[in-house]
Design a protein around this ligand. Structure first.
Ligand SMILES: Cc1cc2nc3c(=O)[nH]c(=O)nc-3n(C[C@H](O)[C@H](O)[C@H](O)COP(=O)(O)O)c2cc1C
Length: 332
């Protein structure tokens, strides 16, 4: 299957778990969804079944892995293929200390040849999933205008056709991972330059896109796709409600209420298997972002969903309170 990456939700640790992805899939049937990063050693030595579990409704879904050992990455890729992922993406962008000590993530921007060996091993191991790369434009004192084209050239020479570029550098010392998502300046022009120089490659832009229209603007200006992280999580309706149109698919645009009710059977099934409601509702807090009632929706869920034994009725209560506020606001 060839994947359309015109819009994707970025991999985000602790956020884009399978419950979050199911929610996003209900809002957009087409947007490509990425898992949280899982390291190759964690997959190989850990509870792979749990780490790889996803719902078939999530397709198209991409597994993001981290590592710098070609053999381990090959094994992890094979495991991802066996689990049914449509794409396996390697993380060359994450700057956290934990990641650097394992010599993977953003620090690999300094070792394009090693990355090339890694992706070669992954491509050889893949039994169907497309192999892609998510990277930064450079790290520390590197000059992105020199480093990024060279990195893309070296890695694409091994057959990689699709890159998602977080359009800012990462500082490996002195900035927290959170600061590394905001402080280094964005350079969208460089990402566009890469696309102009390498029209044969699929170039997806990431970083700082705040609205659906901002994403569409980058695509209209020549890029192959936009990958959105934080705003897709905090305000999923803004980014995803109209997203299917970008794929040329005419889906009915859902309301938050329809999305919430659509989640009920999934949540009930999770509860029936011993799960807790707040494991899912924590990803749903932004469904009314920017609308009247956003606060009461969030507050009711936050207050009630963690109580032992809480079930779907918590969502019903929060929804009724929110819709009532919206009705009153309309009548005013
Ligand atoms: C909570 C959180 C966790 C993240 N985890 C990952 C990750 O596991 N892998 C990765 O490549 N990037 C990760 N990122 C970075 C995002 O994928 C994305 O590159 C970044 O947030 C910039 O995009 P945005 O401005 O649209 O949020 C994470 C970001 C956040 C906010």
């Amino acid at each position: 299957m060839s994947i359309n990456r015109v819009l994707s939700v970025a991999p985000m640790m602790d956020w884009t778990d399978r419950h979050c992805r199911y929610l996003h899939r209900l809002i957009s049937s087409q947007t490509l969804l990425y898992t949280e990063m899982v390291t190759a050693p964690a997959l190989i030595h850990g509870d792979a079944d749990r780490l790889l579990a996803f719902n078939v409704a999530e397709h198209p879904v991409a597994l993001q892995i981290g590592g710098s050992d070609p053999d381990q990455l090959a094994t992890a890729t094979r495991m991802g293929c066996d689990a049914g992922y449509d794409e396996v993406n390697i993380n060359i962008g994450c700057p956290s200390d934990r990641v650097q000590s394992g010599r993977f993530g953003a620090c690999l921007m300094q070792e394009p040849e090693l990355v090339a060996d890694c992706v070669s091993a992954m491509m050889d191991a893949s039994t169907g999933a497309e192999i892609t790369v998510k990277c930064r434009i450079g790290v520390d004192d590197q000059d992105p205008h020199q480093v990024l084209p060279k990195f893309i050239e070296t890695v694409s020479a091994r057959g990689i056709k699709s890159f998602a570029v977080h359009a800012r550098k990462a500082w490996l010392q002195g900035l927290s991972p959170k600061q590394n998502r905001d402080v280094p300046p964005l350079d969208y022009d460089l990402v566009h330059q890469i696309k102009r120089d390498r029209p044969d490659l699929e170039i997806v832009i990431n970083g700082g896109l705040q609205t659906f229209d901002a994403a569409r603007k980058e695509i209209d200006a020549g890029l192959d796709g936009a990958m959105i992280g934080r705003v897709a999580y905090h305000n999923p309706m803004e980014i995803l409600a109209h997203a299917d149109a970008l794929f040329g698919v005419d889906s009915p645009v859902k309301t938050p209420e329809q999305v919430i009710r659509g989640m009920f059977p999934y949540i009930q099934n999770h509860l029936d298997h011993g799960g807790r409601v707040n494991q899912i509702t924590r990803h749903m807090l932004g469904l009314f972002a920017g609308q009247v009632g956003a606060r009461i929706w969030k507050r009711t869920l936050s207050d009630q969903a963690h109580v032992a034994g809480a079930g779907v009725e918590v969502l019903e209560t929060a929804l009724n309170a929110t819709l009532e506020l919206q009705r009153r606001a309309l009548a005013d």
